[in-house]
Design a protein around this ligand. Structure first.
Ligand code: PGA
Length: 256
């Protein structure tokens, strides 16, 4: 595991950009796993700027998002479809047919989840999966208790997650109760993981992820088993760590 700690959110986002931009330049048809939430916004803003400066070409890039709320149409302002188009896809030259997100409006969710997994396989697997971490230590919507071998499926959102996301919906009651999410097993098959965490609200979850025992109760702890997990933290998110993970880091792993 490679852990890098930055003074603040902006320097963390700059580093995330450097990593993703390097991959896109070296492998123009790379498969990227994207995440929603506040944390990757600094990265997405930089990807848009990089495209506008002519540094990045997304025409062959393929993307898969981690999750989507059940019951929200793609046009809903809080759907993750909408989030991704609003914050990234509409500003870059991505081919819409290369963009994949789970669809929270399908009739047969199980069939849809199997189809989603099949699309990832057919694309050759995910080269780099971007991840956030919830204050409760979840990865995507793999809430506490999620099987560490799970695949894409429907999950009931925990109260903590609905509370954390109430800020986008106006109230906790308005937050959907279910989501389709890539499973932990799905995420672990990505060739590389790039997990971003910022702010004091994440400090306990970050400590559990990096220093706690691997547990289904904190799904992010599974990154300890990934061969190429790269974790970028700002000083606040790193503030509860007991061990100096940053010590001795020279070069991050090469981009494959
Ligand atoms: P955030 O969400 O980036 O908005 O904090 C992360 C998560 O809940 O996984």
């Amino acid at each position: 595991m490679l852990v890098e700690i930055f003074p603040d959110y902006e320097t963390l986002s700059e580093r995330a950009y450097e990593i993703v931009a390097t991959l896109i330049r070296r492998k123009p048809n790379c498969v990227l796993g994207f995440a929603t939430g506040s944390t990757p916004l600094g990265l997405y803003r930089r990807l848009v700027e990089g495209y506008r400066r002519g540094e990045l070409d997304f025409s062959k890039v393929v993307t898969f998002n981690l999750d989507e709320y059940v019951g929200l149409p793609p046009s809903h302002p809080q759907s993750y479809h909408h989030f991704m188009w609003e914050n990234l896809f509409q500003h870059i030259n991505i081919n819409p047919s290369n963009v994949h997100l789970p669809n929270g409006m399908v009739d047969d969710i199980e069939v849809h989840c199997d189809w989603y997994e099949e699309q990832i396989r057919r694309a050759g697997g995910i080269d780099l999966q971007i991840l956030g971490i919830g204050p409760n230590g979840h990865l995507a919507f793999n809430e506490p208790g999620s099987s560490l071998g799970s695949r894409t499926r429907i999950k009931t959102l925990s109260q903590a997650t609905r509370r954390a996301n109430a800020r986008f919906f106006g109230s906790e009651e308005a937050v959907p109760r279910h989501a389709i999410t890539m499973g932990i097993g799905t995420i672990m098959e990505a060739r590389r993981l790039l997990l971003l965490a910022s702010g004091r609200a994440k400090a306990r979850a970050v400590r559990a992820m990096l220093e706690g025992p691997i547990s289904a109760m904190v799904s992010a702890t599974i990154v300890q088993l990934h061969r190429y997990a790269h974790v970028l933290l700002d000083a606040e998110a790193a503030s509860e760590l007991a061990y100096n993970h940053h010590d001795g880091i020279s070069e991050p792993f090469d981009v494959h």
